[in-house]
Design a protein around this ligand. Structure first.
Ligand code: SF4
Length: 265
């Protein structure tokens, strides 16, 4: 399976598996996860730092939910990835396919070729989980997406500052009429002024876009990425910040990472 210029597209992957989505609008649904390698951000709370570089091998679940992983070398040719997804896609089990990472949009050139074929073989809705900071790459694959979970990174919490890119990104999603929601990680260190700015950014695109405040799951001491550990917010902070944001946008839901509570991947 080659493209117009006679080359088989390849992807650098971390893993492919079937699991319960633990975050955002699709919480509790069953998805096939395709986890791509590489991320160009360095969030202080990152629980996927192993994705920042491409490993020499990736792990592929043989039967959905059994955790019977096979090891394959990277990069992975497009037809092989399609075969793996078809194998995972047993009738009626999955609600959608999650493109996750790392940052999947760093693979936009691959996704442009892969997603139309993926849709043909599974008919499952395609959901993108992203840092929400690469609008140019998003535009390349938007026609093939059904929904987008976009992170909005607060400088006080993540160490990243991407306000302009986030505004462009959200506007593009909204104009394309793809289903979109915004996820914001909050911690004890979160600056409420940044939450107000985030709520205003979302409201300027549309006050109806759902916002999910996700209290951080603190990393174990051995995996801390910064000198000052990122700690969970207090119950009082969460209540105050939800109220603050609801002055701008209609839906502000507070949901922690439920897959960690369920001991899922
Ligand atoms: S965008 Fe996601 S994968 Fe990348 S550093 Fe931030 S939390 Fe980690």
């Amino acid at each position: 399976m080659t493209n117009k210029i006679g080359i088989t597209p390849v992807a650098r992957l971390v893993e492919v598996f079937s699991a319960i989505q633990g975050e955002g609008l699709n919480v509790g649904t069953r998805q096939i996860f395709i986890r791509f390698a590489f991320c160009d951000l360095r969030c202080h709370f990152c629980d996927s730092a192993h994705t920042w570089n491409a490993p020499a091998t990736c792990r592929i679940e043989r039967s959905p939910g059994r955790r019977d992983f096979e090891i394959h070398s990277n990069p992975v040719p497009l037809p092989i990835l399609l075969e793996w997804i078809e194998r995972q896609n047993i009738p009626s089990l999955h609600d959608s396919i999650s493109l996750t990472g790392g940052e999947p949009l760093l693979h936009a050139a691959f996704l442009v070729e892969f997603l139309p074929q993926l849709r043909n073989v599974t008919a499952l809705p395609i959901y993108l989980e992203t840092g929400g900071h690469r609008p140019e790459q998003l535009a390349m694959i938007l026609p093939y997406l059904d929904s987008v979970g976009m992170d909005l990174k607060l400088p006080s919490t993540s160490g990243e500052n991407r306000w302009q890119e986030h505004a462009k990104f959200l506007q593009l999603c909204y104009e394309s009429q793809v289903e979109v929601f915004v996820k914001i990680i909050i911690s004890k260190q979160t600056d409420p002024g940044e939450l107000e700015r985030s709520a205003s950014l979302v409201a300027q695109v549309s006050p109806s876009i759902p916002v999910f405040l996700q209290p951080v799951t603190p990393l174990p001491a051995s995996e801390q990425l910064t000198e000052n550990p990122v700690l969970a917010p207090s119950p009082e902070q969460v209540l105050m910040w939800q109220a603050l944001m609801k002055r701008f946008v209609k839906q502000v839901r507070v949901i922690p990472q439920t897959h960690k509570m369920l001991n899922q991947l």
